[in-house]
Design a binder for this molecule. Structure first.
Ligand code: GDP
Length: 169
C-alpha cells in the first residue's frame, strides 16, 4: 500500500427480506475482495448479522437500531423473481431512515440491488426508467441488477456505494 493512500473503515448494511440473497452477496463480495494474501496480511475481520423483515421486526425495533448504528452506507436488496420483496423495499428504507441519520441530519447513502438477475426478471426491472424514478423518489443514489450466483455487478455496486460515501464526507 502506498504511503499517500488513506485507509477507510466503513460499516455497510445489507438489508432486505428473507431469501433475497443478502448472505450470498456479502460472501461473494468478501470472498472476492479479501481473498488470498490480502486477508492474511491485513487481518480483516467481518461481522455478519442478517436481519430479515417479518411480523416480529416491529417488536425488535430497538435491536435494529443497535445494528444500524454508525453505518455509513446500505444496500437494500430485493429478489427480482418475487415482487413482494420489491414491495418491502420502501418499508425497509423507511425503517432505516427512521432509525439512522448521519451527524449532518442526512440519511445514509443507500443503493438498491435487484438481485437474482440471472433468473427471470421482474417487469419493473426491465423498465430501467421506472427504476431510476423509483430511486429518485425514494432516496436511493442508484440501483444495480446483481447476481450473487453469477457474480454480476456485485463489485460495481460496492464501488459505486463507496464512491458516494466518500464524496458525501
Ligand atoms: P438472505 O436470506 O437474504 O441472506 O438470502 P441468501 O443469501 O441466504 O439466499 C437465499 C437463496 O437464494 C439461496 O438459496 C441462494 O443460493 C439463492 N441466491 C442468492 N443470490 C442469488 C442469485 O443472484 N441468483 C440465484 N439464482 N440465486 C441466488
Amino acid at each position: 500500500m502506498q504511503h499517500n493512500q488513506k485507509e477507510h473503515l466503513y460499516k455497510i448494511l445489507v438489508i432486505g427480506d428473507l431469501g433475497v440473497g443478502k448472505t450470498s452477496i456479502i460472501k461473494r463480495y468478501v470472498h472476492q475482495t479479501f481473498s488470498t494474501n490480502y486477508r492474511a496480511t491485513i487481518g480483516v475481520d467481518f461481522a455478519l448479522k442478517v436481519l430479515n423483515w417479518d411480523s416480529d421486526t416491529e417488536r425488535f425495533g430497538n435491536m435494529t437500531r443497535v445494528y444500524y448504528r454508525e453505518a455509513m452506507g446500505a444496500f437494500i436488496v430485493f429478489d427480482v423473481t418475487r415482487p413482494a420483496t420489491f414491495e418491502a423495499v420502501t418499508k425497509w428504507k423507511e425503517d432505516l431512515d427512521s432509525k439512522l441519520t448521519l451527524d449532518n441530519g442526512k440519511s445514509i447513502t443507500t443503493v438498491l440491488l435487484a438481485n437474482k438477475c440471472d433468473q427471470s426478471k421482474d417487469i419493473l426491472v426491465n423498465n430501467g426508467l421506472k427504476m431510476d424514478q423509483f430511486c429518485q423518489e425514494n432516496g436511493f443514489v442508484g440501483w444495480f441488477e446483481t447476481s450473487a450466483k453469477e457474480n454480476l455487478n456485485i463489485n460495481e455496486a460496492a464501488n459505486f456505494l463507496v464512491k458516494h460515501i466518500i464524496a458525501s464526507e
